[in-house]
Design a protein around this ligand. Structure first.
Ligand code: HEM
Length: 274
């Protein structure tokens, strides 16, 4: 052992503790993605209530406005929920940006890698990145309108927005982007964290992929049918756009008028006056 005070100091390898932050950020990205993916399934089911009729969609809308609890509509409640979802979307996008290629060189490398390997899951990652980038813009427009104009949500209000206010092209692209992005995201989460993995990981992955495409096809078909239903109502309602829908049974009762109370009838106009 060298204990002389004059001996040269022995160089010790620098021991740096590895940061846990990349792992924490990864977990946060997975968690925010899971919340958004599950939210989107619920969202599509609620929005598609229009397929059951205007009264069904009106009831769902009023439920979220607290009508059945407080006895009156509070659209601000919807704004609070939208603001929370918006915050999760921003957080999720911020965390995802760490994985995006940031210059031409990185983009070229990843494209070459994908083309050479022709590995299914790597190609899926690429599509998730492309659709995620598109969602930055598409989802922001939708969420901003939902947050600032929650009182316009309803069978006529939504249909007028989609047809008269021409939101249908945005929703059509948004629908494909979000369903592909969410489907791939949930599949990749299941693979990454080993959910549903049995004794044979390859067989489990194949099963997961089939389930993923089945769910994507189901939600795309449901979304397209829903969009078509709003477009149909929007076209029929275009001349009265802006009018609010209220089911007949929820309309305030108008007391029957006696002939004496009824306003005097305006004299019939001649065809020339019309
Ligand atoms: C709490 C937040 C949200 C609320 C309250 C909400 C509400 C609605 C409503 C009421 C509609 C019917 C059309 C309209 O009124 O304009 C709609 C449609 C749609 N929303 Fe959302 N939304 C939310 C978040 C999102 C997010 C985060 C996405 C995707 C990133 C999204 C994607 C869509 C799509 C694609 C449609 C069209 C549906 C179809 O084609 O069948 N929404 N949303």
């Amino acid at each position: 052992m060298n204990s002389s005070p004059h001996a040269a100091p022995v160089a010790r390898p620098m021991r740096r503790r590895k940061s846990r932050w990349p792992a924490r950020l990864d977990a946060l990205q997975s968690l925010s993605g899971l919340v958004l993916g599950l939210f989107m399934w619920g969202h599509m089911l609620f929005v598609s209530s229009i397929l059951l009729g205007k009264d069904a969609m009106w009831t769902v809308t009023k439920f979220f406005e607290g009508y059945f609890v407080f006895g009156r509509s509070l659209p601000a409640l919807v704004s609070v929920v939208v603001a929370s979802i918006f915050a999760i979307v921003v957080l999720h996008a911020l965390l995802a940006m760490r994985k995006f290629p940031i210059n031409h060189h990185q983009l070229h490398n990843i494209r070459e890698h994908i083309n050479q390997f022709r590995h299914g899951d790597t190609t899926l990652w690429w599509w998730q990145a492309v659709t995620g980038f598109a969602l930055f813009f598409l989802a922001s427009v939708h969420l901003y309108v939902m947050m600032t104009r929650p009182e316009t949500i309803g069978p006529y209000g939504s249909a007028d927005r989609i047809w008269t206010d021409r939101f249908w092209p945005l929703y059509l692209v948004l629908l494909f982007a979000v369903e592909l992005h969410g489907g791939i995201g949930l599949y990749r989460l299941a693979v990454k964290w080993g959910w549903f993995a049995g004794a044979d990981p390859n067989a489990a992955r194949r099963r997961l992929k089939t389930l993923k495409w089945a769910l994507t096809a189901f939600f795309l078909a449901l979304g397209l049918a829903t969009l078509a239903a709003y477009v149909k109502i929007g076209i029929a309602h275009a001349p009265r756009a802006g009018e609010v829908y209220t089911p007949v049974w929820a309309q305030p009762e108008v007391p029957a008028q006696t002939p004496a109370q009824a306003p005097a009838q305006a004299p019939a106009q001649s065809p020339i006056q019309k």
